[in-house]
Design a protein around this ligand. Structure first.
Ligand code: SAM
Length: 361
């Protein structure tokens, strides 16, 4: 195997390849591992007698002897993935009902901290040809930080802007990869599970910054590399099948990065007018006596009239108290604290946005 470096496809098994990478050297991992669909036992035929072009007997990369074998494979590659991920790095893993629950359990067992499960709703799913089950119209992406207290990248404001100034939701409505984007070889799909670039674009925009290093240990046609290059991130792909690896290289070679780096600038909070927590009290969005909690409810505090928070004998600003309770140097209270509004749990950062727009900012 060739020595690892950025912006290259490594040919071979991903566990061997990841062993070549340094500890804590990767900012984000996107993994689209074998689904363990076990379709090898039967071939799907459409009502018009054509064969469904899915993963089939030829795709031995998707076949495992047992659930135990799949779990062991998952644990092994994910252990390496965790070693090479930076402490504040995140991992995305995509899968279907065949594998995603097993994958999620392994992730938690290894210490990853789940941030979201995103449902990719397919606007044009493949029908269930046998008519014995519902159309399987989604896949699940698990997004997790390396550890619970990671200060991971989430470009909250950018993704909100992307979503017409509303918080990005965890259900993404996107078509499957088709048309010109779908790679063909002799007129047939070059790869059975090529993911849409739009899906990867959201993942990359949400959780990385220009210049970050993204690793994809199951590179396939290199969709992750295409999007990373376009958005001026570094990438490393690992692919066991040499033909897919070559296809990915050619595809990335033909991809142009966004020419003007200014176009990659995403709106950041620093560029916005600062709103103090007190403005939420001024506007009646928060009241003295309101209870705030962290996302999981482990930490609780009460709002005082001056906008400070009190928790037992401790008190301080939304930031300093959040940091003190967790034993950390600092913490962004806007994204740490939640409150109840009309029986719904709301992050106080959303109230800050409301306060900002009430002020016409
Ligand atoms: C689900 S596909 C990924 C498709 C990819 N996301 C795309 O958009 O083209 C999984 C890929 O992982 C590769 N693969 C399977 N096992 C592997 C392993 N142990 N190491 C490296 N690659 C592997 C397969 O050859 C296949 O191309």
């Amino acid at each position: 195997m060739v020595k690892a470096r950025q912006d290259m496809v490594m040919r071979g098994d991903c566990i061997d390849a990841m062993r070549q990478l340094d500890d804590a050297s990767i900012d984000m991992i996107f993994a689209d591992p074998p689904y363990n669909m076990q379709l090898g036992q039967s071939v799907l035929i459409r009502p018009d007698h054509s064969r469904v072009d899915g993963i089939d007997d030829g795709d031995t990369w998707d076949q495992f002897g047992s659930f135990a074998a799949y779990d062991s494979f998952t644990t092994n590659w994910m252990t390496e993935a965790r070693r090479i991920l930076k402490p504040d790095g995140t991992i995305w893993v995509i899968g279907s009902y065949h594998n995603i629950f097993r994958v999620g359990a392994v992730m938690q067992n290894l210490g990853f901290w789940t941030l979201n499960d995103v449902i990719w709703l397919k606007s044009n799913p493949m029908p269930n040809f046998r008519g014995r089950r519902m159309t399987n119209a989604h896949e699940t992406l698990i997004w997790a930080s390396r550890q619970r207290n990671s200060r991971y990248t989430f470009n909250y404001q950018a993704m909100k802007t992307f979503n017409d100034d509303r918080q990005l939701r965890s259900d993404w409505w996107l078509p499957i990869c088709s048309g010109n984007e779908r790679l063909k070889s002799d007129g047939v799909k070059a790869h059975p599970t090529q993911k849409p670039e739009a899906l990867l674009a959201r993942v990359v925009m949400a959780s990385t910054r220009p210049g970050d290093v993204i690793l994809d240990p199951f590179f396939g046609t290199g969709t992750t590399g295409v999007v990373a290059k376009r958005l001026r991130r570094h990438w490393i792909g690992i692919e066991a099948d040499p033909e897919y690896a070559t296809l990915a290289e050619q595809r990335i070679e033909a991809t142009r990065a966004v020419g003007d780096p200014d176009l990659l600038e995403m709106p950041e909070r620093r560029a916005e007018v600062k709103i103090p927590f007190g403005a939420l009290l001024d506007q009646g969005l928060i009241k003295a006596g309101d209870k705030l909690t962290c996302e999981k409810g482990d930490y609780k505090a009460t709002v005082r009239v001056d906008g400070s928070l009190k928790a037992g004998d401790d008190s301080g600003s939304i930031h300093s108290l959040a940091a003190k309770l967790q034993g950390r140097q600092s913490c962004n209270g806007w994204t740490f604290w939640y409150t109840k509004q009309n029986r719904k749990t709301v992050i106080i950062d959303a109230l800050r946005q409301e306060a900002r727009s009430n002020l016409g900012l």
